[in-house]
Structures are given as C-alpha cells and as structure tokens.
Write a protein that binds this ligand. Structure first.
Ligand code: PGA
Length: 252
C-alpha cells in the first residue's frame, strides 16, 4: 500500500495539442488552482514548443510543468530531438517517458525507455514512465505479466519515490472512453508496487507514485482514484479543458 502521506498527482498530457493561444486555458487553470488544491499536486505536460511559455505563465503557481518525451543523450546530432536538460532549462520539473504512443509510433522499446528515464534523472527531472498492456494481451490473460516485465526493465537501484512515477496506461483505454474495472486497476497497481518493492524495498516503493491513465474524466475520476495503490492520474483528452482537469484533481 502507498504511504498515507502520499499526495496524489494529477498530470495532464496535452499530446500534440496547443499553440500560444492555449495560454488562455493555462491562465484558467492557474486561477482554478490558486492557493493549491487540498486533494492533489498538479502537473501539465504541453508540447515542447510551449514548455517555456507555460512554465512562465505558471511560475509561482500550484501547477508544475513537464515534457512529454526526452532523448537519452545530453546533446548531439539528433535532429528534432530534445534533451532532458533542455526541458529542465525551460522550467520543466517532470518528463513523461515511454508513453504507448512513443512506443507504437516511434518504435521505442523497453531499453530505450529505460535510457530516457536515466536521462530524466541525470537532468534532475522526475520521470513519469508509462507501462500498459494491449487489448490482445489483456484478452489473452497476460496483462499482469506484460506490465511486470515492462516495469522490471525500468528498475535499477537509482529509482526512488522522489525521482520516478509509474503510469499504468492500458493501451486499449487511451482515448477510447473505455476503462478497466476498478478491481482490475487495483490488482494491476498492487502488482506494480510489489514488482518495484522487490527491487528497491517496500518503504521506497510505497513512496513511488503510481498513476492510472486512460480515459480518466471528471465522471470516473473519483472511483478510479479511490482504487488501492492508485496515487494519481495521467490525463490526456480531459486535461485540455481547465474545468475538467481541475474537476479530476478535486475528485482525488
Ligand atoms: P486519455 O489519454 O486520457 O485521452 O485517454 C491518456 C494518455 O494517453 O496519457
């Protein structure tokens, strides 16, 4: 079980959405979260083009800013890529790594994701590492084993509750409106926590926040966030609307 003092984290993943006009929505979020929310810490992960502007717009607010991906190297001939250090330089404190859309569309394997996770730590960023099974893997009864292997591939002795979150995002639940049952979410999160504990110890594993992601909305957030071993949410579509995003945070 997670430690009772763990505050939940609600992180918004804007994916490839948002231009400078979106700063109006950011301003709404800032006002809505003024003074901090009792229920949860807040994070938004805009596209890389907006990280700097959003970090400036949210400076001194209760909402932190993160990137959606980073390269494993610090610098070099990697056209179009962004180093974790560059995100930190723009005001990011977190970065998502291993999102299923990166794994699917950019052929990122577990080793690549692990290298990106280490890069995030090297840059002083909290890594939000995503794992999750496909529909076929769940239907074949392999979800727990698939996710356990994905988590094990990320673990080493440098992982702590302070520098890493794991986001369980069943691929079939992302952007589909489908969600696993609360029992399935709890079973998976407890299994992930046990896998982490076996590597870094029970106390440290209890401090590591496990987020659920995949079609989280204001209408289902309360029951999903109440599931065992769920320490927050990674929210895609609903994080693009200030009222919905804040409603999810308040439901924690
Ligand atoms: P969704 O996306 O909330 O739109 O399903 C979640 C994610 O991909 O992180």
């Amino acid at each position: 079980m997670a430690l009772p003092e763990n505050r939940k984290l609600v992180a918004g993943n804007w994916k490839m959405n948002g231009t400078l006009a979106f700063l109006d929505t950011v301003a709404e979020m800032r006002v809505g979260a003024a003074g901090g929310l009792a229920e949860a810490d807040l994070l938004v992960c805009p596209p890389a083009t907006l990280v700097s502007a959003v970090a400036t717009a949210l400076d001194g607010s209760a909402i932190a800013v993160g990137g959606q991906d980073c390269h494993a190297e610090t610098s070099g001939a990697f056209t179009g890529d962004i180093a974790a250090e560059m995100l930190a330089d723009c005001g990011a404190t977190h970065v998502i790594v291993g999102h299923s859309e990166r794994r699917q569309y950019h052929a990122e394997d577990d080793a690549t994701v692990a290298a990106k996770l280490r890069a995030a730590h090297r840059a002083g960023l909290v890594a939000i590492a995503c794992v999750g099974e496909t529909k076929d893997e769940r239907e074949a009864g392999n979800a727990l084993a698939v996710v356990r292997a994905q988590v094990e591939a990320l673990l080493d002795d440098t992982i702590t509750g302070a520098n890493t979150c794991i986001a369980y995002e069943p691929v079939w639940a992302i952007g589909t409106g489908l969600t696993p049952t609360v029992d399935d979410v709890a079973q998976m999160h407890t299994s992930i926590r046990e896998t982490i504990a076996a590597r870094i110890g029970t106390d440290e594993a209890a401090r590591l926040r496990l987020l659920y992601g995949g079609s989280v909305k204001p209408s289902n957030a309360r029951e999903l966030m109440a599931a065992a071993d769920v320490d927050g949410a990674l929210v895609g579509g609903a994080s693009l609307n200030a009222a919905d995003f804040l409603a999810i945070a308040r439901a924690c």
